[in-house]
Design a protein around this ligand. Structure first.
Ligand code: PGA
Length: 257
């Protein structure tokens, strides 16, 4: 079977300011519009700019996502942002368990799982991120770490909600470092993740769930990565801050999807 419909996300992380976020959103919308018939595209701006970026994007083009969400809809959780707040701003999707949240902020697997389930119950789409560190890779842990994070992240997620879920494989050592997994290395992990989905659910879920690659994706390496049978799109950090580079990555997925 070929790829499911490709999905490319731009994770802006803790970058931009209000004016540059709005400008970037406008340029991304314009640059990606020729490809939206063939590719799903989303941007994930910082929380404070979601509303302004959402206004700039409008409703039926590039989708609006948030970089995180808490596992409760509202309440006494100082500093957190709940699902209802995101829905209020017309945010349709969230990143869950990004490696910076796991490894810099210290989010454990069970919190990642609770956040994912809360997002799905609220009706949001969610990208569950998994990936091994260089230490884990060197110690031969690539497969168990990724399979473990996927299984733990999806614990209690029913089959019916899987259409809201995307998986992102992001080797921690490749994020923001300029090091990219070779297409073959990435494919090896993507295949294992798809097999795990097959084990956890069934063949149709395994085949239809998008598995994005992330980690120093650029206009130069997107095509070779996307040529792999189990790479269905990208989660892009650094290169998503430049509308032309981001559009070139989206184009690579559109041309070869
Ligand atoms: P990068 O980030 O493209 O800058 O490596 C990817 C990510 O963290 O999603």
């Amino acid at each position: 079977m070929g790829h499911p419909r490709p999905f490319v996300g731009g994770n802006w992380k803790m970058n931009t300011d209000l004016a540059s976020a709005v400008e970037l959103a406008g340029n991304v919308a314009a640059g990606c519009s020729p490809f939206l018939e063939r590719v799903d595209v989303a941007v994930f701006p910082p929380f404070p700019y979601l509303q302004a970026v959402g206004r700039t994007l409008g409703h039926d083009g590039v989708m609006l996502g948030a970089q995180d969400v808490f596992d409760q809809p509202r309440g006494a959780f100082t500093g957190e942002v709940g699902t209802e707040m995101l829905l209020d701003l017309n945010v349709g999707m969230v990143l869950i368990g990004h490696s910076e949240r796991r490894h810099v902020i210290g989010e454990p697997d069970d919190l990642v799982n609770r956040k994912l389930r809360a997002a799905l119950v609220a009706g949001l789409s969610a990208t569950l991120c998994v990936g091994e560190t260089m230490e884990q890779r060197k110690a031969g842990g690539t497969k168990p770490v990724n399979v473990g994070q996927l299984r733990a992240g999806l614990r209690g997620v029913p089959k019916e909600q899987m259409r809201q879920v995307t998986i992102a494989y992001e080797p921690v050592w490749a994020i923001g470092t300029g090091l990219t997994a070779t297409p073959q290395d990435a494919e090896t992990v993507h295949k294992v993740l798809r097999e795990t989905l097959r084990d956890l659910y069934d063949e149709p879920i395994a085949e239809s769930t998008r598995i994005q690659y992330g980690g120093s994706v650029s206009a130069n390496n997107a095509e070779a990565l996307f040529a792999q049978p189990d790479i269905d799109g990208f989660l892009v950090g650094g290169a998503s801050l430049d509308a032309d580079s981001f559009a070139a990555i989206v184009r690579a997925a559109a041309d070869h999807g």
